[in-house]
Design a protein around this ligand. Structure first.
Ligand code: PAF
Length: 275
């Protein structure tokens, strides 16, 4: 593994198909599975580790976002990564008059709850793709809306990269792996898997009444929110959406996805399932 912090030091002589996994570090099995998939499918694997300040809101956890570069480098080496790119904030943003903004698919859900978040994500992902110039970039489906936003950006801007989406890794309880899980208290950890169980149960009920009507969909979603609230979650949103546009659906169609964001104490969890 070669660790590089300057753009100018990224290797120019890259062999074959170049795979890229953008990350914010604090690696867990979810990140490692993206790296292993990239390793299996590409000749050269480049991973970036950059806690991107522009995608955090003023009251979010940028300052206390988990950082452990040494452990991350060891894990990346173990996953067979060739290059770990760890730029500083100054290297990435020596001045920034340009923001990459995707409309439409960003307007609801995470975009509504975190108003500047996706501008930060698309700006940094666009910069990273221009810096690394990979053939394929790997993203985890846990951040479902982010996947749709990045795909929209790449398509709209004719960016020469293939976006490869990879399944969410889960703990044995079903809880989606996330760097933020380490903020959960012991009690919250017991409750947290209810989020995925609730999604699964609701997806099953929706399939049972497929294609459903608006009242049926609304009833199932409302019941799920009530159950999650009873378990101790504060639900930001729970929705049945079109998997490309993220627009809400009032009946079940082939490309439907159910997405959720909910707080448990001070920890905000997101998850999603195919329906
Ligand atoms: O999903 C993430 O970890 C981040 O949003 C990403 C894609 C690395 C951009 O900072």
């Amino acid at each position: 593994l070669k660790t590089v912090s300057r753009i100018a030091d990224l290797p120019a002589d890259r062999k074959g198909v170049v795979g890229f996994v953008p990350t914010m570090g604090a690696f867990h099995e979810g990140h490692l599975s993206l790296m292993r998939t990239a390793r299996a499918e590409c000749d050269t694997v480049i991973v970036s580790l950059f806690v991107n300040p522009t995608q955090f809101g003023p009251n979010e956890d940028y300052a206390k976002y988990p950082r452990n570069e040494e452990a991350d480098a060891a894990m990346a080496a173990g996953a067979g990564v060739d290059v770990l790119f760890v730029p500083t904030v100054e290297e990435m943003y020596p001045g920034n008059a340009t923001t990459v903004r995707v409309e439409g698919v960003t307007s609801r859900w995470e975009g509504a709850h975190r108003p500047t978040h996706f501008d930060g994500v698309t700006t940094v992902v666009c910069k990273l793709l221009n810096i690394v110039r990979p053939d394929v970039a790997f993203f985890g489906l846990k951040d479902f809306q982010q996947c749709a936003v990045v795909q929209t950006m790449v398509k709209d801007l004719n960016m020469p990269v293939r976006i490869r989406l990879c399944e969410t890794l889960r703990e044995s309880s079903g809880l989606a792996m996330s760097s933020r899980n380490q903020y959960l208290s012991a009690n919250e950890r017991e409750t947290a898997p209810e989020l995925y169980r609730g999604l699964r149960r609701t997806a099953e009920s929706l399939r049972a009444c497929a294609p459903c009507d608006a009242a049926g969909v609304d009833e199932q979603l409302t019941r799920c929110v009530e159950n999650l609230t009873d378990s101790g979650f504060r639900v930001d949103y729970l929705a049945l959406v079109d998997c490309h546009t993220l627009e809400p659906l009032d009946r079940l169609v082939d490309e439907a996805r159910m997405i959720v964001a909910a707080k448990l104490g001070s920890v905000r969890l997101i998850d999603n399932v195919a329906v």
